[in-house]
Ligand binder design. Sequence first.
Ligand code: SF4
Length: 502
Amino acid sequence: MSATCNNIRPQENNANLNYINQEISHWRDVPAKKYTYVPKSETVFLGGGLSLLQDQLLMAGTQALGIHYISLPNPDFDSFRTGKAFGNKGQCNPTYFTVGNLLKYLIKLRDEEGVSSEEIVSKYVFVTASGCGPCRFGMYSTEYKKALRDAGFDGLRLTSFEHNKGIDQAGGETDTLIDYTPKFFITLIKAVVIGDIINILGYKMRPYEVLKGSVDSAMAECQRLVSQAFVEKKSLLKTMWQCRKVLEKVELDRLQPKPKVMVMGEFWAAMTEGDGNYNLHRFLESEGAECIPQPIISRFMLSIWEAEYLHDTKTELQTESTKRIDFSGAKTKILITLARTAIRVHFNLYARIIGLKDFEVPDIHKLSTYSREYYTLECDGGEGHLEVAHLLESLHHKLSHLVISVKPFGCMPSSSVSDGIQSLITNRYPEANFLAIETSGEGAANFYSRVQMALFKAKQATKEEFESFKIPAKIPTKVHSYRYQPKLKIAGTAAKNLASLS
Ligand code: SF4
């Protein structure tokens, strides 16, 4: 797999300083031999790791562009165990879940469907996100390659998105595997944005459904309609209108007081809808809560903000030292503005049509004004200052009765940095109901019991809030429509609805 690295010394040579004068040979992450790959037209791309809905929409969108892309099934405990079996020790669990999920899929292809390892390696490419860290995220690509080699798929190609470096076609392949055209990125944005909007509505509606399962059925119909629109290249605007009609048919009772819980934290742990966080969102709903999920665009907006912040800081430093303005970064600035505008425009347009009015695209600059007093903005990794900002945002705007920050066991940015700062915030704001909780892939009982304890407090607050408003003699039917979204500084949906009537 790799050329040896002479910088690594065995422990017994600790006092030996001969290495100082040696020529440095860095560790290289290359396949053991040269592999032959099928032509681009026969290549199959594997990916996934967004929400269940977004993975399906992305698959439909990319297939409409002529890319043979398959979203892997949602990672489960089997994926986790497979990841642990083939991965290095000491990784954080998103690596085990996602690496294991890929291996599980490939092993099934090989062992159950009889596709040879050689054919798999030559035909499949895995698409993933990567970065340079500063946490373990920097090791994800290498971890994939190590696990693939050990599971018998050495040479399988990876292609990765890196927010600050663009796209890396790893695996010795020099040709561009995917045409990363503006059309490709717009399709990606549409799939993610529409998925976010429908997901947010699903979380708003499900706790209040009169007929159990009716919201999930409506969402499945929306998924079918949007996927079909992607594949058949129909208008997505019209499709969102059709989805609105589907959702309007769901009967809701929106005067039930339910604690509102903001779920945030490390991106993957907070966003995944499965064993990766012990099905946290569904567990909260089963305990009578309404969730505020983190949309995927929040992560996109953070990456864009980080790129802009870095760019602006560099420009300021250059200007200070050279006393002249350097225009070389103008293109970067334009691209950053275009990306942010594209996300905002698409989100606002689709949200308005389907009837989501009280959710705005996260404004990371505004959020940074909350967190900058507590968190050094230059410090990135994980969600950077965003977790601190979310807690403060919830407190300032009364968004929820409980904020849960969920993170994989030992997550460096989230557990080690953000949670340390959160204790200062909860000290300054004693009214904050905040729970930082780790997932390890094991120990669900402990996880659930801690969530239940925090929920108890949230339920008390919800009851008091609800009872502070009078129930009018006549309730207008519009209150039960998902499209009725009064903007008031009250956390609970039922209490807010009551307050809007008085
Ligand atoms: S943010 Fe946390 S969980 Fe994610 S890669 Fe970094 S250390 Fe691991």
